[in-house]
Structure formats: C-alpha cells, structure tokens
Ligand binder design. Structure first.
Ligand SMILES: C[S@@+](CC[C@H](N)C(=O)[O-])C[C@H]1O[C@@H](n2cnc3c(N)ncnc32)[C@H](O)[C@@H]1O
Length: 809
C-alpha cells in the first residue's frame, strides 16, 4: 500500500469530471494577477467563469504569424484550457531515486483511472525532453489536483515533498532555459531576474550535481531580483536546497554592479595600480526578463482581460538593457540565455536582434537545434510587425512622429530607419524620441537606404531562426521564448558598462514604466511563473537577525563588515525589511565575517570538527550591525567567500539579501541546565557538516529512530534499545545529531545516511526538525517497510538511496 493508502470510490470521480468541464473560473471578487501562484486564492467564494476572449490578442497574433492559419483554432482551444501541473524532482535530494520510483510504479498506475475518466491517455508522465525522468507532467491542472478528492493522495504527496525540498512544482516550459545554459559545477552563474526562484533552484541543482555529501562545488549562483518581496519568495524557495553556494541580491539588473576595482579606488587603498583589475564576471548568465507574460495565459487567465499590444512594447527597452548588462557581466567565452514567457516578437526576436546589432561580432546567437531533440520548439521569426494604439507598422519609417514615443526603431526586424525608395528624404526634426533614454533626437536614428528585399518587406538579416519559441499546442504546455548567446570577445567598449545614458539608445526603466502606464494595463511583473512553493508571501526570511525569539547569550566580535551601508545599519528594527526604493538601499543588515576565535573554537571543540577536514575560519558569516547579538551563523563556500571579499574590497557594492547556508543557531538551554556550546547545528546546515562531526553523535537503530520522529521527544529510559539510554546520557548537554544506523554502532557517513538534529536535555532527547521533515521520513520508512523490515526492524538504511543526510528545523 502506498503512502496514505486512501482509495476513493467512483462517486467522487464525478466531481472531478465536472471540474474538468468547467474550463476557467474565478472568484467573483477579483484577484490581481501578479503571475505568481499566490495570486490564485484558496478561498471558496462563488465562482464565475473567466472570459477567455480578447479580440486584440487574436488580431495581434494572427497578424504576427506565430502560428499558421490552419493551426489557429487548436492554438486558441489549448490556450483556453487550464495548464496541466508539472513538477521536478530535486536531483540533489536524498530520496531522488526513490521518489522517481514512487512516481513510476505507484502514481503512474494508480492515477490512470482518473485520467481515462477525464479523457486523457496518461495521468502523469515524465517530460520526455528532461534528463533522467526528473521532470513530470500531470494531465490534471493544479486546481484539479487541489480540489478533487480522488487525487488527494497525490496532492498530499506533492505538497509534502515540495515542502521538504524533494520536488519543486514548476511550469514545464519554465524548466527549459537552465537546460540550454550548459552550466558546470565550477561555474559562476548570474540569474539576473531570479524571483521567485524556480530556475535558480535548477541552476543550484546543476552546480551541486557532482558533489559528494559534505563536499562543496567550486561554482556559485548569484540570484538577483529588483523586487524585494519576490526576493523573499526566492530565499524561501532556495532554502530548501541547503546550499552554501548562493548569494541573493537586490539590484536593478541593468545596474548590477561589476565590482570593478577602479584605478582611483586602487590608489586610495594604497593598492598598486598595476595589479589585475578585480571584476565579478560570470561564466553563465540567465536573463529571464520581466515580460507581458502571455505565454502564461493558461495559468494566469486574468491576462485574457488585461492583454494589449502596449504591454510588450512597454517592456522592450527594459528587456534590451537587462540583456546588455547581462552580456557585459559575462566572461569572454561565457554563455547567456535570454528568455521570456511571452510569445510577442517585440519582446523576443526584436530584443535579441537589437542586442546582436549592438554587440556586433562580439556576441553570437548559438544554434542549439541538436540539443534536447525531444523538446518541440519552433524557430524564431525573421519578420514581424509592430502595433500600437494607432495601428500596425511594418517599418519604422511609417511610424508617425507622434507615435515614436512608444514605437521604437529597435522593435522592427531591420532595426533601422529605412529610407523608402519612393521618398527622397526623411524629415529629421529635432523631436525627442522617448525611446532613447538619453534624449537622443530623432536625428540620431539615422535614415538608411533599404535593400531591395527590405523595401518589399522588412526581414531581419540576423540568424534569428536560431531562437526557440515553445508553443502551447505543440506539447500541451505554456509558451516560452529562449535564445542562447555566447560572448566571443569583449563588447564594444561603450556597451560594457552598466546601463548609463551614454550607452543606451533604449528607454530607461523609468521611461519604460511611463510607456507601460500609458498603454498597458498589467504590471511589469505580470509574467511570473507558477511555482507553488511560493503560495505564501513571506515577509521576512530567517536571515533577519532582529528576531528576538532567541536570547543573546554570548558576545561575538565581528570581523570586517562586508556591507557597511549606513542606511542598512539603521533600519530593520522590527523584523520587516523596508523595500529598497529609488536607488536607496534600505533594510538589510550588513554581512560580517565571524572572526571571534572563542566562538569558532568553541564550535569546533564541541562537535569535534577538524580544521583540515572542514575549515570554519573565513567561511562563517553573520548578519548583524550589533556585534553583541549574533544569533545565526551562515556557512559560505570558498567561491562565495571570494565574492564577499571582492565585494568588500571594492566598497560593498553588492546589496546582499541573503548569503550562505544557515549552519549554527544560538540556542538557550532551559533554566537550570547549561550547555558548553550555545550554537546548535541547524537542520539546513546538517547535510553539509555531518561528515565532519565527530562528537555529539548518537547512532540509533530504526525502531528508536522512528520513535523519535513520531514523538519528537523521548526520555532516555524509553528507548527500545536499553544501551541507547546510556549513550544518550553520555552526550554533553546541548545540540547533538542522531544518525540512523544498523545497530547503535557508528556508520560511515555517505550519500544514504539519514540524520536529524536533536537536543540532548537533562533526561530526554528532543528533535529539532520540522514536522514536515519528520513526517516525510516516517512516510519514507513506511514505503520501505515491506521490503526492509520483514517483521523485524533491522534499521538498515542501505536502500534509502540518494545523497546527503536529511533534516531541517
Ligand atoms: C519572469 S520573472 C522571473 C522568473 C524567475 N526567473 C523564475 O524562474 O522563477 C521576472 C522577474 O524580473 C524581476 N524584475 C523586473 N524588473 C527587473 C529589473 N529591472 N531588474 C531585475 N529584476 C527585475 C521581477 O521582479 C520578476 O521577479
């Protein structure tokens, strides 16, 4: 019997069938669409059908030719259907193989009856183009899964595994860009517009792919997003990954700092001007830009009502400057993905064409047609039109002066202001072209002769067919656009700098937003993926050192401050951070290296961690502006440490929202008892540090391990195995680790080791892990019971599989 083991009768299938017939409904009280799943309320109000008609949308895409006339009806039919749910199994999760096996051998079969009832061939199936059966598609929509009782067991499974980080719910097409980025474990990767973080999670998985338990990759991911609230969702998402190789930053992507140590600064600091210039450059950049999001219509049906052509036009310039900044931060030889969840060529091919024009020979649009052959996609367009309120334009030369504020030359296939052979000259009045952020006059958009081809119809001469457009009706998904770019040589000099007036012929964010408010009715963030792990808005993440629930016990002397922002130091008193606004950075406490020998040596001694095996010095950071109350200590990988040091060296340019892996947490012992070390091992950090802990470890067989998970606390005398009582008593009071073992003998920690963080009290042992983690382990053991226990509890964990130890608090 599978987990939960609840089988429902046929009567309940009726509800399911009905739910499938009602295509889209929404609560009568309107819900705003911000693209994230939390926009779809769980409340049970009266429901009214959502209108899935928008004549402007239909007219626009018919004219653009993104689908052929003969497939139009199918395209529209699929767009009106709710999006099937999709999810990925975390390839670094300890139970990865086991989860795939449950999907293949249990749910694929047990859900089949429901699929047939609903008219589908398969209930769930692995996405054929995703490696190693790690990604799955379900023919049930997410709403069906949530609402239909027959699917409850599957829903519970998804919810629990998602919560503990073993799976991530993510729209299928949103999984594609990281697969084309060709990331290696030693790469420095920048995810420029990262929230809510599903692709960041994928990037981290790839970085960690080849790591043994306890060993850390050389690479790192910097996940950036301008939106503070959404950054918190990202922090929450990626916390489930237990990584010390992530930095989360809060910058406008187009202004992301290069952390360059310039000459004047070098002399100020007395550093030789001849030293190599330090630059934070990346091997890979993911530029998954804000977009109009019409590729997510199936998931966010409110877009039907809101869509208009101005949405794409209004974002075009921001998309260009984000992509240009991404390319300038890329190492020569490095690769960047430009992607959107929009089908609109103005946000897609036109942006790629413009960045290729700006970069000349220094950037190549790669042909990746031989990669992921099972993924059905269409080549990028080479011709398209531009529409605004006034009508359609096939060439910039046809755009009247009064429309040139919103319609830019870069939106057209040629990217040029072509002279019509029938015209003698183009008037170049000194009129501001709003699309040019530095106030370029129209005279600066040169009028050029059209080639004979261009005179007939504007067709791009760039190899835009190398771009990829995924269409919903090809494989029952959402839509997505992806281009893979490679930096061949340094960019033309003026393009290498962050977005400045001088280097851009596009609108600034401000002018983009102005243009948006003029013509579009959806927010910039409308196009956001479906990741359900972000169903709650988290107001402050656990990095917040102002949480007073833990008592300060011991003073930690800070090392050097990495982000010494005065405003950061003076804010954030109440636990809620302020949103950085108008370029001012507010809200995050500075990152400091923990250098206090008493603290570090105390931890090392208490847990028996040897320096040569696992150095702590230089790898521990805290968030604090008050050195007396460090409560959480984060571990950073060597790569992250180097970036922090560089950041410090160049004047704290990075606005760091979160960094490192929470490894130690200050814990007060109960009144009347005391502990030698006030820092307990956090469950997030345990998988990394477990192989190096030599003290405060208790090995328990399965029966007692289960008891501990069930009861959360166990008196020493209640252990089923009487020897354990003595061994638990022998531990020093305070934090300890309990490892599932064949007997009560030590086992060598490897990928299959299961461990939880505990607290050794006066006469009992208490679990310091979340209820979800305990439940997940118990269910895992239940799945295994017939095979491993055979009437007797042997406690062997040999067949539990997967990397790293498991648990979190
Ligand atoms: C399409 S979503 C990104 C989705 C994300 N890559 C993922 O897979 O979860 C676009 C994101 O861009 C962010 N954004 C908007 N303008 C930005 C800017 N100027 N710089 C950086 N991020 C920006 C939005 O807050 C939004 O989170």
């Amino acid at each position: 019997m599978g987990r939960g083991g609840r089988h429902r009768g046929r009567s309940q299938r009726k509800d399911f069938k009905e739910s499938r017939e009602n295509v889209w409904k929404r609560p009568k009280s309107d819900a705003s669409v911000d693209g994230s799943d939390n926009a779809v309320p769980e409340q049970k109000p009266t429901w009214e059908p959502i209108v899935t008609v928008n004549p402007n949308f239909e007219e626009y895409y018919k004219e653009q030719g993104v689908v052929k006339a003969e497939e139009w009806d199918l395209f529209m039919e699929i767009l009106r259907k709710p999006l099937p749910a999709a999810f990925r199994v975390n390839s670094n999760g300890q139970f990865c193989d086991e989860i795939i096996s449950i999907l293949e051998n249990d749910f694929m079969k047990s859900l089949q009856a429901e699929a047939i009832e609903g008219g589908e061939l398969e209930a769930i199936k692995p996405l054929p183009w995703y490696p190693k059966n790690l990604a799955w598609h379900s023919n049930f929509s997410r709403k069906e899964i949530r609402k239909n009782q027959t699917l409850e067991r599957f829903h519970e499974f998804l919810k629990l595994e998602n919560e503990v980080g073993n799976i991530t719910r993510q729209e299928a097409v949103s999984m594609v860009p990281p697969l084309f980025l060709d990331v290696h474990p030693d790469h420095f990767v920048l995810d420029m517009c990262a929230a809510p973080g599903s692709k960041t999670f994928q990037l981290l998985e790839i970085i960690h792919e080849a790591s043994e338990p306890g060993s850390l990759p050389n690479g790192l991911v910097v996940a950036n997003d301008v939106d503070f609230k959404r950054s918190n969702l990202l922090i929450h998402q990626t916390k489930r990954m237990c990584t010390s190789n992530l930095i989360v930053t809060n910058h406008e992507g187009q202004q992301f700092p290069g952390c360059r140590l310039n000459k004047s600064r070098a002399s100020e600091k007395g550093i030789s001007e001849n030293m190599p210039i330090n630059q934070l450059a990346f091997d890979r950049v993911l530029c998954d830009v804000p977009c109009s999001g019409d590729g997510t219509l199936r998931k966010a049906p409110d877009i039907w009502r809101k869509w208009n052509s101005g949405m794409g036009n209004g974002l075009h310039s921001l998309q260009i400057i984000l992509a240009m900044r991404g390319l300038s931060l890329l190492k020569v030889g490095g690769k960047m993905i430009y992607s959107t969840c929009s089908m609109n060529p103005v946000e897609d091919e036109a942006v790629v064409a413009e960045i290729l024009r700006r970069c000349g020979d220094s950037v190549e649009l790669l042909d990746v047609s031989d990669k992921l052959p099972e993924l059905i996609r269409r080549p990028g367009l080479k011709k398209w039109k531009v529409r605004d309120k006034g009508g359609w334009f096939t060439s910039y030369k046809d755009v009247p002066q009064n429309r040139r504020g919103g319609v830019l030359v870069s939106m057209f296939p040629s990217g040029k202001n072509l002279k019509d052979s029938t015209e003698t000259t183009q008037k170049n009045e000194n009129v501001d072209v709003n699309g040019c952020e530095d106030g370029l006059k129209e005279a600066d958009v040169p009028v050029v002769d059209a080639t004979p081809d261009e005179q007939a119809e504007e067709v791009s001469d760039l190899p835009l067919d190398r771009c990829m457009r995924i269409m919903p009706h090809d494989q029952n998904t959402g839509a997505f656009f992806i281009a893979v770019l490679q930096k061949i040589s340094p960019l033309p000099e003026f393009q290498e700098k962050p977005n400045t007036k001088r280097n851009s012929t596009a609108k600034s964010t401000d002018s983009t937003e102005k243009s948006l408010s003029k013509e579009s009715v959806v927010t910039v963030d409308a196009a956001v993926p479906d990741e359900s792990a972000v169903e709650k808005v988290i107001e402050a993440d656990s990095n917040n050192e102002k949480d007073d629930s833990l008592e300060p016990e011991k003073k930690i002397t800070e090392g050097e401050s990495i982000t010494e922002d005065k405003e950061a130091n003076s804010s954030n008193a109440g636990g809620k951070r302020k949103v950085p606004m108008q370029g001012k950075w507010k809200g995050f406490d500075p990152v400091v290296f923990v250098k206090d020998e008493t603290v570090i040596n105390g931890i090392k001694e208490f847990y028996g961690i040897k320096d040569e095996a696992f150095p702590l010095h230089g790898h521990l950071v805290a968030r604090n502006n008050d050195t007396s109350s460090v409560k959480r200590i984060y571990y950073v990988s060597k790569s992250v440490k180097e970036v922090l040091q560089l950041n410090f060296a160049v004047g704290q340019q990075l606005k760091i929202a979160s960094v490192g892996l929470k490894m130690f947490e200050r814990q007060s012992a109960k009144e009347g008892s005391s502990t030698l070390c006030p820092f307990r091992i956090s469950s997030e950090g345990l998988p990394v540090i477990l192989p190096y802990i030599t003290k405060q470890v208790l090995y328990t067989p399965m029966a007692d391990f289960k008891l501990l998970l069930q009861d959360k606390s166990i008196k020493f005398l209640d252990f089923a195995n009487p020897q354990l009582a003595q061994k638990a008593t022998d531990l020093v009071m305070g934090s300890c680790v309990v490892i599932l073992s064949d007997g009560e003998e030590p086992v060598k920690v490897d990928a299959s080791t299961i461990a939880i963080s505990c607290w050794r009290g006066k006469a009992s042992l208490a679990v310091m892990a979340t209820a979800a983690d305990c439940q997940e382990l118990l269910e895992r053991f239940a799945e295994k019971t017939p095979k491993t226990e055979g009437g007797s509890v042997n406690g062997s964990n040999d067949d539990l599989g997967g990397p790293q130890a498991m648990e979190t608090a």
